[in-house]
Design a protein around this ligand. Structure first.
Ligand code: ZN
Length: 156
């Protein structure tokens, strides 16, 4: 069976009910089945749904962005960082590889800079209010490209 393409709207909240992200007001998000474009716990639930279905999907941290790793929280001397303005919230890529983790400055104490390379949503249980707007078989082209096309998908 060919993989499917699914488009959906979502509102993402944490366990405190705070809204973290939303697709409302824009195009729905497109996802190709099995492509790991979105967190696995959410993808699995979405592909059980039909167009028009609404559902609240709770995803535990382990199935979302994973746990917080203490070894990704590091303290280094300011002189080892790129020169320039360094403030709390400044982000650096932790290596030259495109998939190297992004480290964010969390605290500055004199010449010591505290960095955290965890995903901002790591360790958080998440809740997605989702509405599926369309589900269909992926075209040959979408399967070759590994992503959905059209509004909400890739534009070429
Ligand atoms: Zn494409």
């Amino acid at each position: 069976m060919a993989p499917r393409v699914l488009f959906f709207h979502y509102v993402l909240t944490n366990t405190a009910g705070e809204e973290l992200d939303s697709s409302r007001g824009g195009e729905p998000l497109g996802v190709l089945e099995g492509s790991r474009q979105i967190i696995p716990g959410l993808e699995e639930e979405l592909f059980k749904m039909q167009a028009g279905d609404k559902k609240k999907v709770d995803v535990a941290a382990a199935q979302a962005y994973g746990p917080v790793y203490d070894q990704l929280k590091i303290t280094i001397g300011r002189e080892k960082l790129p020169q320039g303005d360094i403030q709390v919230g400044t982000r650096f890529r932790g290596g030259k590889e495109p998939d190297a983790p992004i480290f964010m400055v969390t605290k500055i104490e004199g010449e010591e800079v505290h960095l955290d390379g965890n995903h901002p949503l790591a360790g958080q249980d998440l809740s997605f209010d989702v509405e599926v707007t369309e589900i269909r078989e992926a075209t040959e082209e979408e399967q070759q490209h590994g992503h959905p096309h059209g509004a909400g998908g890739h534009q070429h």
